[in-house]
Design a protein around this ligand. Structure first.
Ligand SMILES: [Zn+2]
Length: 437
């Protein structure tokens, strides 16, 4: 068999495939951008021609790269700008004025690259974004070699990149038409929320997505204020309202779902729409806690997201997994809910399904893209190692990630980025921050 390189001698290969396969002393072979073979290290000699390039990684777990299903990467430039505030006050008094002052093509690119650096170093290989100037987010992802679904923001308010909100359709049409062809970066639409977009905007934006085979993202049922506002305006809870508009479909990714009722969760499952859980952001903004055990009970296809770095304040998917696995046990007083494997699946194959990428990413399987991460398990907090899934969710840290590949290309080697000059990124951000004061 032919391969460009084989990663071998791996302590555990955690595949996150349909049967949750775990291989001890496993190996994975890569040709071009794809995984071409998954097996045991002892079979390498009989399978590949002598001289095949071998990357030997004893003392590591190899797993699919993590999928951050919801974020706003350019907002890293607002990380820690204001915390511990009521959401509306935080938005109106801090974030919106800061966006009006600081958001432009240059700052979006710089902020996106900063976030991408953090995510790649922490083992995330795919992210789904929603913001303004998303062309720049796409450029940053392509430059860094990170897989991304980038959603151009739509609101019925003037935004930094669309001062005339009634021209939103032209804005997204131009965005899609001018989108560079890429193996790893795809365009999408991000309709902000039911309270910032009119029914007409939501319906037409969804139609546009269905017609152009794009993911349609929308924040949904995030806060109790949103529930009251939507009920007041349309006489329906937000989930029922979207269902009435006919926009709960296969392409629809609903984010947060904190206040969804059982019936709304059922509707989302029946219509094959998707949900994204962002527990840390929901807690930090005191929005509430989504009923993830109920989502899982109704078999909703769901992923895990950090949300933007201004409301988290990091993009650490290991932290997010741990939070998701612990939070609901405490709330329900039931240690059996949101098991480690369920949460790991949300952060891998579940996220890939949410983003329409399950034929490409989210698991280690022959034919899929080689989006892989290797975690060092020779560290104290990985010893002893009875169960790699338990370790990944309850104990591993983003800083344990030593190597990362996206589509077969190594983007992190020995804990260092190969595609991004991190010191340059940090310097640019410091200058932007200095210009604010
Ligand atoms: Zn968000």
């Amino acid at each position: 068999m032919n391969a460009d390189f084989v990663i071998s001698d791996i302590e555990y290969v955690v595949c996150c495939d349909g049967s949750n396969t775990i291989l001890e002393k496993g190996a994975v072979a890569i040709k071009g951008s794809k995984i071409v073979w998954v097996g045991s290290s002892i079979d390498i000699k009989d399978t590949f021609a002598p001289g095949v390039s071998i990357i030997s990684l004893p003392g590591h777990i190899l797993m699919p790269g993590l999928v951050n299903s919801h974020t706003h990467v350019p907002m890293s430039i607002f990380r820690g700008l204001a915390d511990d505030m009521i959401l509306q006050k935080w938005l109106n008094e801090v974030i919106f004025p800061a966006e009006a002052k600081l958001i432009n093509r240059e700052s979006v690119y710089a902020g996106a690259l900063l976030s991408i650096a953090e995510m790649l170093l922490g083992g995330t290989t795919t992210f789904c974004d929603g913001y303004f100037y998303e062309e720049e987010v796409a450029r940053a992802a392509a430059d860094a070699g990170m897989r991304a679904v980038v959603g151009q923001g739509v609101l019925d308010y003037p935004t930094p990149d669309n001062p005339e909100p009634e021209r939103w359709m032209k804005r997204i049409s131009d965005f899609i038409e001018g989108f560079p062809s890429s193996e790893i970066v795809r365009p999408a639409v991000f309709c902000h929320a039911p309270y910032t977009c009119s029914p007409d905007t939501i319906r037409k934006a969804h139609e546009f997505c269905v017609k152009n085979d794009l993911i349609f993202q929308i924040h949904l049922a995030e806060t109790i204020q949103e529930i009251r506002e939507v009920e007041k305006r349309y006489g329906l809870t937000p989930g029922r309202y979207l269902n009435d508009l006919g926009v709960l479909g296969e392409k629809t990714v609903c984010i947060h779902g904190v206040w969804l009722e059982r019936k709304e969760i059922q509707l989302i499952a029946e219509q094959h729409a998707k949900l994204v859980h962002c527990p840390e952001s929901n807690m930090k903004l005191a929005s509430g806690v989504a009923d993830l055990p109920m989502w899982l009970q109704h078999r909703v296809v769901c992923g895990l997201g950090t949300d933007g770095p201004a409301s988290n304040n990091n993009l650490d998917m290991f932290g997010e997994m741990r939070m998701a696995a612990l939070l609901h046990k405490g709330i329900r007083q039931d240690p059996t809910v949101c098991s480690a494997i369920e949460v790991l699946r949300m952060a891998t194959l579940g996220g890939a399904k949410v983003l329409g990428l399950s034929d490409i990413a989210g698991s280690i399987e022959v034919g899929k893209s080689a989006d892989l991460i290797a975690l060092d398990v020779t560290v104290s907090h990985a010893t002893p190692l009875y169960d790699p899934v338990s370790h990944i969710v309850y104990s591993a840290k983003a800083s344990d990630v030593r190597h990362v590949w996206v589509a077969g290309r190594q983007v992190v080697r020995n804990g260092e980025l190969t595609t991004v000059d991190l010191s340059n990124v940090l310097e640019t951000i410091k200058k932007l921050f200095a210009s604010k004061n």
